[in-house]
Ligand binder design. Structure first.
Ligand SMILES: [Zn+2]
Length: 528
C-alpha cells in the first residue's frame, strides 16, 4: 500500500514534471520561434541596409586609419546606435599619423596631352600646392647594388617607375573565354618570366621594395610611380606610400603601360603631378563599441564583430563596409525584437584592422573582463556575399554549440552553410583571430566570394555599387539569430581546444596561434 501510494505519488509527480517540462520547452520554443520570426520580418519589411550604406559609403566615404573620415564614421555609428536606443561609445586604443586625401591631378603633357588615371597612395606626401612637371625613368636592369649606387644620381629631378609593365590588362577568365590555348599558354609563360625578371631587377638594387622608394626620394626623385594591378579590368590595389617628402602615386595599368612604352621607345614623356593631401599631425584612433545589457548573466558576452576601417582608394564598401553594416543592422533588429537578452550583447567596430588587427588586438588587451566571459564572437570580413562557411576554429565543442544555434536558423539561410568542426584556429586574416589567439571563442562568418580578391578587396573599385543587398539582408538576419541563440543558451561555451596534431613536414606539434600585441602607434617606417 505504502509502496503503491509512493509509486502513485511518484508517477503523478513525474507526469506533472513532464508536463511542466513540456510547457517550458514549448514556451521556450515558441519564444524562440517568435523572436526568430520577428528578426526575419523586421529585416524583410524594414531593412535599413541601403540607407546605412549610402550614409556611410557615399556620405562619409573610405575609412583609412588616421583620417578625419574614420573619426567621422566612429561618430556617425555612435549617433546611429543612439537613435536606435542602443548605448555606444568610441574607445581610444592608439594613435596614428593624421592624414587627409585631397585633390589629385596626374596629366601627361608630352608627347601628347592626356589626363591620366591614377591614385595617390595612402598617407603619401603632397606636392605642397604645386603641380610638379618632369620626365620619367624606369628602374633599370643593372648588374648589382654597386651599379645601382652609380646609377642613382640620374633620378634627380625625375619621376621613377618602379613597377613592371603588365603584358595584359585583361583578366585571366577573359583570356580563358576567347584565346586559343596556345596564345593563353604563351601569355602565362611570358608573364611568369617578366614577373620573375622584375623581381630580380629590384632585388639587384640591394633594397627591399619598401625601402626602394625612400632611397629614390633621398637621391632627389620628384615622385614614385607604381602600378599594383589587381588582375581584373580597370582595378588596382592601393596601399600606403613609404616616401616621406615626395608623392607616390599608383597609375592605372592602361596609362602606366602607355608611359612605360613611351619611356622605353625614347619618346621621353613628360607628366605633371599635383597631390593636395594634408598631413594632420598625430591623431587618436578609436574602436566603436555598442552594447545591449544582459539581464540574467550581464557579465557574460556575445559579440558581433567587423572592422570599421578600410583602405581608401574606393569606399571600403565590401572591405569592410558590408561586415560593418551587417553587424549594425543585426544590432538594430536585436534591440527591437530582443531588448532584454540573457547575456550582454556587444558589437566591436574595430579600427586599423588593415594594418594588423590593431583595434581588436587592443580590445583583447584592454578588456580581459569581456574576453574571459565571452560566450561567442561572430566576425564577418570577406566581402558582400551570403555567409556560406563557419569553422569551429579548433574548439573541441564548437560543433555541438554552433550546430545547436544554427538549428534555429530558417533553412533558406542555413542550407548552403558548410560547417567545419572542430576546424583549425585561424591565426590572422581578420579580427576573430585576435580572440582565438587568447583561447576565446571567436568565429568567422565566411561569405561567398563575388570576385572579392580581384575586384574589390583593397581596390579603387570597392564601392557601393558592388554590394549585393539581398545577401547582406541574409547575413544580418543570420547574425542576429546566431547572437540570439548564443545569448539564450543555458550552457557556457567550453574553451577546450582540440589536439592540432603534428606538422607533416617537421614532425613538430602544431601550436595554437600566439597572441600578437596591438600596434598602438603608426605607421612604422621601414628600416630595410
Ligand atoms: Zn577586411
Amino acid at each position: 500500500m505504502k509502496a503503491y501510494q509512493t509509486h502513485r505519488f511518484s508517477a503523478s509527480k513525474i507526469v506533472t514534471k513532464f508536463f511542466i517540462l513540456i510547457c517550458v520547452f514549448t514556451a521556450n520554443h515558441v519564444a524562440a520561434q517568435t523572436v526568430i520570426e520577428k528578426i526575419v520580418q523586421e529585416e524583410t519589411k524594414n531593412s535599413q541596409l541601403q540607407k546605412l550604406a549610402h550614409e556611410l559609403l557615399d556620405g562619409i566615404g573610405p575609412r583609412l586609419v588616421g583620417t578625419p573620415q574614420m573619426k567621422k564614421a566612429n561618430d556617425w555609428a555612435v549617433d546611429k546606435y543612439a537613435s536606435w536606443g542602443i548605448s555606444a561609445r568610441n574607445e581610444q586604443w592608439g594613435e596614428w599619423k593624421g592624414w587627409e586625401r585631397g585633390i589629385t591631378h596626374i596629366d601627361m603633357l608630352s608627347p601628347r596631352v592626356k589626363s591620366l588615371e591614377g591614385t595617390q597612395l595612402s598617407w603619401s606626401p603632397s606636392t605642397k600646392g604645386k603641380a610638379v612637371k618632369a620626365e620619367i625613368v624606369i628602374i633599370p636592369d643593372l648588374s648589382d647594388s654597386l651599379a645601382f649606387v652609380n646609377w642613382l644620381p640620374t633620378v634627380k629631378g625625375k619621376f621613377v617607375m618602379i613597377s613592371m609593365n603588365q603584358p595584359t590588362g585583361r583578366p585571366d577568365d577573359n583570356w580563358q573565354q576567347f584565346a586559343t590555348k596556345e596564345s593563353f599558354d604563351k601569355l602565362k609563360k611570358e608573364r611568369t618570366e617578366l614577373t620573375d625578371a622584375w623581381r630580380k631587377r629590384l632585388s639587384k638594387t640591394g633594397h627591399s621594395s619598401r625601402m626602394l622608394p625612400i632611397i629614390l626620394e633621398k637621391a632627389g626623385a620628384l615622385g614614385i610611380l607604381t602600378n599594383n594591378w589587381s588582375n581584373g579590368f580597370g582595378v588596382d590595389k592601393i596601399f600606403n606610400a613609404y616616401t616621406t617628402k615626395i608623392p607616390t602615386v599608383d597609375i592605372a595599368l592602361e596609362d602606366y603601360g602607355t608611359l612605360y612604352r613611351l619611356v622605353e621607345s625614347g619618346d621621353n614623356p613628360i607628366i605633371s603631378i599635383q597631390t593636395d593631401s594634408k598631413d594632420l599631425g598625430t591623431v587618436p584612433n578609436f574602436n566603436t563599441i555598442a552594447e545591449i545589457k544582459g539581464t540574467e548573466k550581464p557579465d557574460e558576452y556575445v559579440m558581433l564583430s567587423a572592422h570599421f576601417d578600410s583602405w581608401d582608394a574606393g569606399q571600403g564598401a565590401t572591405d569592410n563596409g558590408t561586415g560593418t553594416l551587417t553587424m549594425m543592422e543585426a544590432m538594430r533588429i536585436l534591440k527591437l525584437v530582443y531588448p532584454n537578452p540573457k547575456r550582454t550583447i556587444l558589437v566591436g567596430h574595430w579600427g586599423s584592422e588593415e594594418q594588423g588587427l590593431n583595434g581588436s588586438r587592443a580590445f583583447v588587451e584592454d578588456h580581459p573582463e569581456v574576453v574571459s566571459k565571452l560566450q561567442a564572437l561572430f566576425n564577418q570580413d570577406n566581402g558582400t556575399g551570403r555567409i556560406v562557411n563557419i569553422s569551429g576554429q579548433g574548439f573541441k565543442y564548437a560543433g555541438e554549440f554552433i550546430s545547436r544555434w544554427l538549428a534555429a536558423v530558417p533553412s533558406n539561410m542555413k542550407d548552403s552553410i558548410k560547417t567545419t568542426f572542430p576546424g583549425t584556429p585561424g591565426g590572422g586574416g581578420s579580427d576573430y583571430a585576435s580572440f582565438v589567439a587568447v583561447g576565446a571563442p571567436g568565429f568567422s562568418l565566411g561569405a561567398l566570394n563575388w570576385s572579392y580578391f580581384n575586384y574589390t578587396w583593397h581596390t579603387n573599385r570597392d564601392t557601393y555599387d558592388k554590394i549585393i543587398f539581398d545577401d547582406l539582408k541574409n547575413n544580418a538576419m543570420l547574425t542576429a539569430i546566431l547572437v540570439y541563440m548564443a545569448c539564450e543558451d543555458n550552457a557556457t561555451f567550453p574553451r577546450d581546444k582540440v589536439d592540432l596534431g603534428n606538422n607533416k613536414l617537421t614532425g613538430q606539434p602544431i601550436l595554437w596561434p600566439a597572441q600578437v600585441k596591438a600596434m598602438r602607434k603608426g605607421p612604422i617606417a621601414p628600416t630595410n
